[in-house]
Write a protein that binds this ligand. Structure first.
Ligand SMILES: [Zn+2]
Length: 399
């Protein structure tokens, strides 16, 4: 929800409140460079949280290219029934009790200018305060949060900014929801007719889109520029930004949703749209290098339905951490095996087995993509590459 209330813009989070079951500590105030935190968490836990907040703030400041203005005040509360609420905004106290957290945004003046002043209210779950602090940073640094899909999607990413790991680590419920709703239209996710605090399903969708666009090498640079423009209040639209690659983006986004699981890497599975494809005449060879630990990669060959193609591949790959090297036939579980799929008009056909050498008859026409097979969430540990040569074996007749 985002409403003006007594001069304050309110946003809040859909997280569920939890019932504390441990003994509470005496509320204390701890400070760091950018935060003042009022909390009843034990001191060591509070200190760890503060370190994490500073670390995330450093990363998001670098991402959005602007240091934060001022300090963010936070109330992080384990036991709201025993926490002294004097000085706290009642709406923030209510948020801690009901939805988990909220960022209360005010505009204050020092007599000369107006300054952003966010106060974060959160229960003890780190993802709640990290989410709200992303909002607070945007408010302090840019004076606005951007449209709901963007502000909530990026805030949901809050607790994944902590290290260099960019694989999917979302809540399992969110991952399952995204996989089962892979047909969702991008236009619906970015619809302007949305409000904050609506449903966990919508938060999952916003996170999914922001995660994908932030990490895909095909779209991440534009996404960070686009996001900065949104935060600066410039007149930019998603359609203007990605209109020229809309088909590719929709295809890749749906592919991401269909295959999403813990450990999935958007970077490793990005499609190379610069690959050149052509049909091949009898006697000519099309060569390509296929990397292990990646998604589908262009072979350079456009196959024609009914024709027969031969292939020979050389090279060894390591599939899984510490695993023995395997050739293009893969291991005894089929991991590392060279496999193909045909892409035509942004429709990807079924995966079919290839291997070290052999031949296949094309079941339909399309561009041939190849990969070294492994689970989509397990590519991170794979390495090595194959050299693959493809040839038309016979011209075929009447086709
Ligand atoms: Zn939020």
């Amino acid at each position: 929800m985002a409403v003006w209330l007594l001069g304050s813009l309110i946003t809040h989070h859909t997280a569920q409140a939890e019932t504390p079951d441990e003994e509470v500590s005496t509320p204390s105030v701890i400070r760091s460079r950018s935060f003042v935190v009022h909390t009843d968490l034990p001191p060591d836990q509070a200190t760890r949280l503060l370190t994490r907040l500073e670390s995330m703030l450093e990363m998001i400041s670098a991402y959005w290219g602007r240091p934060m203005q001022g300090m963010i005040e936070c109330y992080v509360v384990r036991d709201i029934d025993r926490f002294p609420v004097t000085g706290m905004d009642p709406i923030g106290v209510m948020a801690i009790r009901t939805v988990g957290g909220m960022n209360v945004m005010r505009t204050v003046t020092d007599g000369r200018r107006y300054l952003a002043k966010s106060i974060v209210y959160a229960n003890e779950r780190p993802e709640v305060v990290l989410h709200e602090v992303v909002h607070a940073y945007c408010h302090h640094s840019f004076g606005r949060l951007g449209p709901v899909w963007y502000s909530e999607g990026m805030a949901e990413m809050g607790h994944y900014w902590e290290d260099g790991n960019t694989t999917v680590r979302a809540d399992l419920r969110a991952i399952k929801h995204l996989r089962e709703n892979s047909q969702v239209l991008l236009a619906d996710v970015i619809s302007p007719h949305q409000v904050s605090g609506d449903s966990w399903q919508n938060y999952a969708s916003r996170w999914g889109l922001c995660h994908f666009l932030s990490h895909s090498p095909n779209y991440s640079r534009q996404f960070s520029l686009f996001g900065r423009s949104l935060l600066m209040g410039r007149d930019v639209t998603f359609e203007q930004t990605y209109g020229s690659v809309a088909d590719q983006l929709s295809f890749e986004y749906e592919f991401f949703l269909r295959h999403i699981e813990t450990g999935y890497s958007v970077e490793r599975t990005a499609w190379n749209w610069n690959g050149k494809f052509a049909t091949v005449r009898s006697g000519r060879t099309v060569s390509s290098t296929i990397l292990a630990g990646r998604g589908w990669q262009p072979s350079g060959l456009t196959v024609q339905s009914g024709l027969r193609y031969g292939y020979v591949s050389s090279g060894m790959c390591s599939i899984g951490r510490g695993a023995a090297n395997v050739d293009a036939d893969g291991d005894d579980r089929g991991r590392g095996r060279l496999v193909g799929a045909l892409l035509k008009n942004y429709q990807l056909g079924d995966e079919f087995d290839l291997g070290k050498s052999g031949a296949f008859r094309a079941s339909s026409s399309g561009d041939l993509y190849l990969r070294c097979r492994n689970g989509w969430s397990e590519l991170v540990a794979d390495s090595g590459h194959l050299s693959v040569e493809l040839q038309l074996q016979q011209p075929g007749r009447g086709e």
